[in-house]
Design a protein around this ligand. Structure first.
Ligand code: ADP
Ligand code: ASP
Ligand code: MG
Length: 418
């Protein structure tokens, strides 16, 4: 007998027919004698719809009320799955975030503080199945909180860690983690294994197959995490520690994967006075307003004492960021705030970068050959990211995938072999 968390994403929950297929999978695991907690997402497209409604209601919506609205999608699917499981003769019930409870702090990207597992232990003792809405928790004052987009993955891993599960299985609409988004590059290859560290970087630069925080949590608790298809019975991708990769002695590419992110906006402050303290005066208020700043570029002027400061923020925070910057504009003394949402960040990730030079140079060269202009660059030990005009996203991902030797070999039929 094992204790497992099964998480189903939005596409897997989109409609009663699919929910029935999910219920069949849950039934199989439960009837094999396992203790099962199921974490579900809202139906595909539902959270987008709810977010849009909040924006239409007010551009600078209150995050507390945003959570009230967007958490509702998961409430619907968890109830529907419980009803479906009951219809199949199984002892299943839904438990909302506040019923367990899943304690969280903050709003719209709340952090899980702890999960009480007493209720779950009683469910398991009674031979039951718990269905839990992903994405949501409850704050200390009893308000509903949500964990940021893609947060059901984090709910699943946090729950798995709290209930000391043997494993956490993430069922989604692709059959594993690929070298890049298989919807953009058909030649993308499925990876049997990825290290926590690589997955953490890939997720943080836009491979939305797992929410970044879920990977960080799995790494911290050494929770075996597998990404697999909810539509086909195929082995998925296991996220493992470095040692497992070394033990497998598999030959590995220097680059593990390419990711893209269209969800950032570029903010440029024009003619910023060039004196100590100015940069802090810009980023301090943004940090206080919980706006995450990612890439930063400061241009140095050879003549005059002004420079431009450009940086990226998540699209969802752009309105808040501009509002904060306007408040300090007169005091800091920059001339103008320019914004551009038509940008994309393209990143190459791989632990092999540590011991191989020339990875970044290859990226710049490959993009240059296609006439793609680079607006900003950042690097870390195992990652290189560039900011480019959004219209080149797919082209850039495709040419880099080929340049780093990641394309799957082609079979005789001309179809990707892997
Ligand atoms: P879910 O609703 O199941 O959580 P998501 O849409 O959040 O599903 O994540 C799955 C999607 O992630 C896939 O449909 C795919 O388009 C995208 N994706 C991006 N990068 C990758 C990658 N490297 N490997 C697999 N899928 C990826
Ligand atoms: N429904 C939420 C979202 O779309 C959470 C999730 O699916 O993980 O972001
Ligand atoms: Mg997701």
């Amino acid at each position: 007998m094992a204790r497992i968390v099964m998480k189903f994403g939005g596409t897997s929950m989109a409609g009663i027919e699919r929910i029935r297929a999910v219920a069949e999978r849950v039934k199989r695991e439960a009837e094999a004698g396992n203790q099962v907690a199921v974490v579900v997402s809202a139906m595909a497209g539902e959270t987008d719809r709810l977010v849009q409604l909040c924006k239409e209601a007010a551009a600078l919506y209150d995050p507390r009320e945003y959570d009230v609205v967007v958490a509702s999608g998961e409430q619907v699917t968890s109830g529907l799955l419980a009803i479906t499981l009951q219809g199949m003769g199984l002892n299943a019930k839904s438990y909302m975030g506040w019923q367990l409870p899943i304690r969280a702090s903050g709003h719209s990207a709340a952090l899980i503080e702890n999960i009480d597992v007493d209720v779950l232990e009683r469910v398991f003792d009674g031979g039951g199945i718990a269905v839990i809405p992903g994405f949501q928790g409850v704050t200390s004052d009893g308000a509903v909180a949500t964990l940021g987009r893609g947060g059901s993955d984090t709910s699943a891993v946090a729950l798995a860690a709290a209930m000391k599960a043997d494993r956490c299985d993430i069922y989604t609409d692709v059959d594993g983690v690929y070298t890049t988004d298989p919807r953009i590059v058909p030649q993308a290859r499925k990876l049997d294994m990825v290290t926590y560290e690589e997955m953490l970087e890939l997720a943080s630069v836009g491979a939305k197959v797992l929410q970044t925080r879920s990977v960080g949590l799995a790494m911290r608790y050494n929770m075996p995490l597998t990404v697999l298809s909810s539509f086909e019975d195929k082995p998925g991708t296991t996220i493992v520690g470095d040692e497992a990769i070394e033990e497998s002695k598999m030959e590995r590419n220097v680059i593990t994967g390419i990711a893209h992110d269209r969800n950032e906006a570029l903010v440029t402050l024009v003619d910023l006075p060039d004196r100590p303290g100015v940069v802090a005066a810009v980023f301090g208020p943004l940090a206080e307003a919980n706006v995450n700043v990612d890439m930063i570029v400061q241009s140095v002027r050879t003549a005059g004492d002004e420079s431009d400061l450009a940086f990226t923020v998540p699209n969802a925070s752009l309105a808040h960021a501009v509002a904060e910057l306007k408040k300090v504009q007169a005091e800091i003394g920059f001339k103008e705030i320019l914004t551009n949402m038509n940008i994309a960040k393209i990143s190459a990730v791989g632990v092999g970068m540590r011991s191989n030079a020339g990875i970044a140079a290859k990226m710049f060269q490959t993009l240059a050959e296609r006439g793609i202009n680079i607006l900003a660059i950042t690097t870390s030990e195992i990652k290189v990211s560039v900011l480019i005009p959004e219209e080149y996203t797919e082209l850039a991902v495709r040419v880099l995938h080929t340049a780093y030797g990641l394309d799957a070999e082609r079979g005789v039929s001309g179809e990707a072999a892997a």
